[in-house]
Design a protein around this ligand. Structure first.
Ligand code: ADP
Length: 321
């Protein structure tokens, strides 16, 4: 038995690992081929709340759909919970629950029936089904016998979350889960997803909402044009942009940006304001204001502009395109 390969341990370091993942959608009649993923390397740590961030068309859904077995990759490797998606597709698929983007569901099944069917599909024995627990958790127990077509958009989305959970996967992927969901339902959904995360489920969230990713995710990968352009802890990603801009409205119009700001970026804006962009780790506002005064600029008004993930995102994705 010594040469029997060990099965992957129950707790791999990475919930999802992709190496050189490629996807080219073949050309069709009039549409040219699309190289949607170009050698994606991504390691999603077990237990993380991971954000896969990128603009529309970046390749997020393609990546997720390869993991879910809906799209066939054209190159590279991927594993879920240590199971290679080619070598051990059943185990790989059993380890992941995917909440799809679209609200496509059979209108004639009730939430109860949908979950039971899904559990049957995954081969969850009747005695191990958690239908009631899951429906209660997503707030649909009261609606358990209602036709899906009578459910509101938010309820349908929660039903999709419920369906993704029937086989108790250790990895839950939410593909753009809050598009079109109102604020209150969004909050409810996140409360529940946070609880799942606290219970040990690895969460992967794809989104193009930067604020959402910044608020929820501990690690963020940015994907653009089928390539990963950044992948690091959210804080580090934001810190990378530790720059702020001091904006000074002068009492009287300046002809040009004054001297004395060579080590930072100073420019005159079209509205006459002097904008000094600096790294917070290297300069203080105090020091810069002193310099502004020493340059003979009388200050009428001032403000400080801070970057957010949007700036990081724009900087990184524009560098690639
Ligand atoms: P995202 O989820 O980030 O919006 P997608 O993975 O949906 O990005 O799309 C990545 C690229 O692949 C886009 O250019 C898109 O038009 C293309 N694409 C997606 N699905 C298909 C498909 N079934 N056939 C052809 N091209 C596709």
């Amino acid at each position: 038995m010594a040469d029997t390969p060990h099965p992957p341990t129950n707790a791999p370091d990475f919930a999802i690992e992709a190496r050189g993942l490629d996807k080219t959608y073949a050309a069709r009649k009039k549409a040219p081929a699309v190289n949607a993923l170009k050698g994606v390397d991504l390691a999603i740590p077990r237990g993380s709340f991971f954000g896969l961030l990128g603009p529309n068309g970046a390749g997020k859904s393609t990546f997720i759909n390869i993991l879910g077995g809906l799209v066939v990759k054209t190159g590279g490797q991927a594993s879920i919970w240590g199971f290679d998606i080619d070598a051990e597709p059943r185990n790989a698929r059993g380890a992941i629950g995917i909440v799809p983007q679209e609200l496509n569901m059979d209108p004639f099944f009730s939430p109860m029936e949908s979950l039971e069917l899904q559990a049957g599909f995954y081969g969850v024995p009747a005695g191990e089904r958690r239908t009631k627990e899951i429906l209660e958790a997503v707030g649909l127990w009261d609606k358990r016998n209602a036709y899906a077509r009578t459910l509101s958009g938010g309820m349908k989305r929660r039903l999709l979350v419920a369906k993704a959970l029937v086989h108790s996967p250790p990895v839950l992927v939410l593909d753009e889960p809050t598009a079109g969901v109102d604020v209150e339902l969004r909050r409810q959904l996140w409360d529940y997803v946070k609880r799942l995360h606290e219970s040990g489920v690895t969460i992967v969230l794809t989104t193009h909402y930067l604020e959402e990713a910044e608020a929820l995710c501990d690690t963020i990968a940015i994907i653009n044009h089928g390539q990963v352009v950044a992948c690091e802890p959210t804080k580090a990603l934001v810190r990378r942009m530790d720059q702020k801009t001091l904006v000074v409205a002068p009492q009287s119009e300046l002809a040009a940006a004054p001297a004395g700001f060579e080590d930072v970026q100073a420019q005159l804006r079209a509205n006459g304001a002097l904008a000094v962009t600096y790294r917070t780790s290297q300069h203080s506002v105090e020091e810069l204001l002193d310099r502004v005064r020493r340059a003979g600029v009388a200050i009428k008004d001032l403000s400080i502009e801070e970057p957010d993930l949007e700036d990081v995102f724009v900087a990184m994705t524009s560098a690639q395109s």
